[in-house]
Design a protein around this ligand. Structure first.
Ligand code: ZN
Length: 62
């Protein structure tokens, strides 16, 4: 009886044995997880200062 694991991304039960994408169910979920890391989802959020939006001084010259 094969071991089933749950994909950490989509929580689909997927067989552990013979799964090249483990612990994910598919390549797609593997990339989703990688993308989340690359996105900084798991990083400690930087204390971003809000930029003061400076309105462009647009003067229409006629
Ligand atoms: Zn999945």
């Amino acid at each position: 009886m094969p071991t089933f694991i749950k994909c950490p991304v989509c929580h689909t039960e997927t067989p552990w044995t013979g799964n090249p994408h483990r612990p994910f169910c598919s390549e797609r979920c593997r990339f989703v997880d990688l993308g989340a890391w690359a996105d900084g989802k798991y990083r400690i959020a930087d204390d971003e200062r809000e930029d003061e939006s400076q309105p462009a001084d647009e003067t229409d010259r006629q």
